[in-house]
Design a protein around this ligand. Structure first.
Ligand code: URA
Length: 216
């Protein structure tokens, strides 16, 4: 896991498999099908990294040979919350890893003129004793990511109960995110160079939603 001195709460998963798959995703000639599969595979690998610190407890289990106090994940239950629509491409991978997780949805689109998030849907599981993994492949301006964390925090979810999982981030977006939510951890596979004048990440991979769903 790599860090950037400018952004103490950003963690960059620099595992070679993740980087290799991400390079294929960036390639504009990669098909929709392959793009989607790669995103799922990367999310699974990132999910493995970000769940590394989940607290464990023990449960008494009887093996065929003896009774043993075996490690199991403690107390807190997980919820995966994709930010629609591109986040859906990541929640699939996470659910492969944690099939019993609850799934919430936050629907936000980016106003094409102001680049501000416009919310159109929020559906969440019960909030008590849960860890929420918010996912959205691209953190560009950071506005949608900030908004999604606001949605959870306004309902009483604590900073330490939220993990934000992205694929590619722009420094501009991470700066905005850290100003609003300095105590929420955010993970990505790459911190790219900058945003262009249309708020696209450079070099990026284009519009993640369009590439996942094959739309234009
Ligand atoms: N959303 C995307 O899908 N791509 C970008 O580059 C920026 C925002």
């Amino acid at each position: 896991m790599k860090q950037d001195p400018r952004f103490p709460n950003l963690f960059i998963t620099d595992h070679p498999l993740i980087q290799h798959k991400l390079s294929h995703m960036r390639d504009k000639s990669t098909s929709t099908r392959t793009f989607r599969e790669l995103l799922k595979e990367i999310t699974l690998l990132m999910g493995y990294e970000i769940t590394r610190d989940l607290p464990l407890t023990t449960r008494e289990i009887e093996t065929p040979l003896m009774t043993v106090d075996a490690p199991v994940i403690a107390g807190k239950k997980l919820a995966v919350v994709p930010i629609l629509r591109a986040g859906i491409g990541m929640s699939d991978g996470l659910l492969n890893l944690v099939p019993s997780a609850r799934v919430g949805h936050i629907g936000v689109f980016r106003d094409p003129d102001t680049h501000q998030p416009v919310e159109y849907l929020v559906r969440l599981p019960d909030l008590v004793d849960r860890i929420f993994i918010l996912c959205d492949p691209m953190v560009a301006t950071g506005n949608s990511a900030v908004h999604a964390v606001d949605v959870l925090k306004n309902r009483g979810v604590g900073d330490d109960q939220i993990i934000f999982l992205a694929l590619v981030a722009a420094p501009e977006g991470i700066e905005v995110f850290q100003k609003s939510h300095p105590n929420v951890k955010i993970y990505c596979a790459s911190l790219d160079s900058h945003l262009n004048e249309h708020a696209y990440i450079v070099p990026g991979l284009g519009d993640a939603g369009d590439r996942i769903f094959g739309t234009k």
